[in-house]
Design a protein around this ligand. Structure first.
Ligand SMILES: [Zn+2]
Length: 50
């Protein structure tokens, strides 16, 4: 399981609605709307992570 950094949902990589590579890491999202939010401002969401 991974966390969708935009909405905070726990999702299964295999069932993710969208994924995005950023700085050599793949991030998974529940859908393209969350992915779009992330791609607009990745730093904003990465900062939130503990
Ligand atoms: Zn989401």
């Amino acid at each position: 399981m991974v966390t969708d950094l935009v909405c905070g949902s726990n999702i299964d990589e295999m069932n993710a609605g969208a994924s995005y590579n950023y700085k050599r890491q793949t991030y998974y999202f529940c859908g393209t709307s969350c992915k779009d939010e992330f791609t607009k401002a990745p730093v904003k969401f990465l900062k939130k992570r503990g």
